[in-house]
Design a protein around this ligand. Structure first.
Ligand code: GDP
Length: 325
């Protein structure tokens, strides 16, 4: 079978709601197999109807526990849920695999729920692209809700969170320097703030600190609510859901949802553009031996990487633009 035919078959299976085809489709995309491009053509051409919620916070704040609780609430409301757990921290921790095992417990037998972990494999940009791809595949499958969960450590999850309509930033008391521990970028992307482990001492303090920092934001637009939860006991999760829903309503009332999604598509577009450009330039320069010469010049100290890269882009990208115009 050709890759195109294989992709068609996989796509039909996913649309029909076949879970193993969805799992296979995600692997195809993650591993960059031959049929990936065709499969993604189908996936991205299906309008994104799922609502996407992003959940981020330091390790141990209770994200997985919260996701389980939110999944249960969505299921009670008759909604189906796809969960993507992204581990941008390290390709070596095995965190993604462990995460899967932990999460399998609560909803293993429920066909309305699908969990998938994405490990970084050392490519930060690749993670963000795959996040978009997996959202597209889960949307094709027909999930009404998609949750993207990621560890809050820096820039990479700010990128990942561009895919979410609503971003929940979670903190917990007793995890060291609470608010200071969250990077400024993470604070800025929060649409809803959640103080989990509200049963522990220090929750009030964390709440006050967050509220103070939120006061420093530019006034106007959406003011992010701060919700307290005890995810382990299920308390406060309904309030969290209400806060997420009111943010969604806000987005649609001011027509911002599509704008946010354009931002996410821009991120995917940039990723692919980068990949395509690199491939084109390297292929062409290899064909006529230019690459070999440049590598020799670099090794001999005759040129530097930045100048060489600019030369290659000028030679193979700009020239092809001129010849096609
Ligand atoms: P993650 O690393 O952010 O995904 O955190 P987990 O969901 O794995 O939770 C880390 C630990 O905190 C686990 O032992 C949970 O049982 C515990 N935990 C989660 N929520 C709460 C809570 O609301 N209160 C307390 N005291 N512990 C919690």
């Amino acid at each position: 079978m050709t890759p195109e035919a294989r992709a068609d078959r996989l796509c039909e299976g996913i649309v029909r709601g076949n879970r193993s085809d969805l799992a296979r489709g995600i692997s195809v995309v993650e591993n960059g197999e031959d049929e990936a491009g065709y499969l993604l053509q189908h996936a991205y051409r299906s309008r994104l109807t799922a609502s996407v919620t992003g959940l981020t916070g330091a390790p141990g704040v209770g994200k997985s526990t919260m996701v389980d609780g939110l999944v249960s609430l969505f299921r009670q409301a008759g909604l189906t849920v796809g969960v993507i757990a992204v581990d941008p921290s390290s390709p070596f921790t095995g965190g993604a695999i462990l995460g899967d095992r932990v999460r399998m417990r609560s909803h293993t037998v429920d066909t309305g729920v699908f969990y998938r972990s994405l490990a970084s494999r050392g490519h930060l940009g690749g993670v963000s692209r795959h996040t978009g791809d997996v959202i597209a595949l889960m949307n094709l499958y027909g999930f009404s809700e998609i949750i993207v969960e990621t560890v809050g450590t820096g820039q990479s999850e700010v990128d990942i969170m561009r895919y979410a309509d609503t971003v929940v930033v979670t903190l917990a008391p007793g995890l060291g320097d609470d608010v200071q521990a969250i990077k400024a970028g993470i604070l800025e992307i929060g649409d809803v703030f959640c103080i989990n482990k509200a049963d522990l001492p220090g929750a009030d303090k964390a709440r006050r600190e967050i509220e103070m920092m939120l006061h420093l934001r530019e006034p106007g637009g959406w003011s992010p609510p701060v919700v307290e939860t005890v995810a382990a006991g299920g308390q406060g999760l309904k309030d969290l859901l209400l806060a997420i829903e009111s943010h969604r309503q806000y987005l649609s009332s001011v027509n911002l949802r599509d704008e946010r999604r354009k931002g996410a598509y821009m991120a995917v577009l940039e990723e692919y553009l980068r990949g395509e450009t690199v491939e084109t330039v390297l292929r062409d320069s290899r064909l006529d031996g230019t690459l070999e010469k440049i590598l020799h010049d670099l090794a001999s100290g005759i040129t530097d990487p930045r100048t060489a890269a600019r030369f290659l882009v000028d030679k193979y990208v700009k020239e092809s633009q001129m010849s096609s115009s």
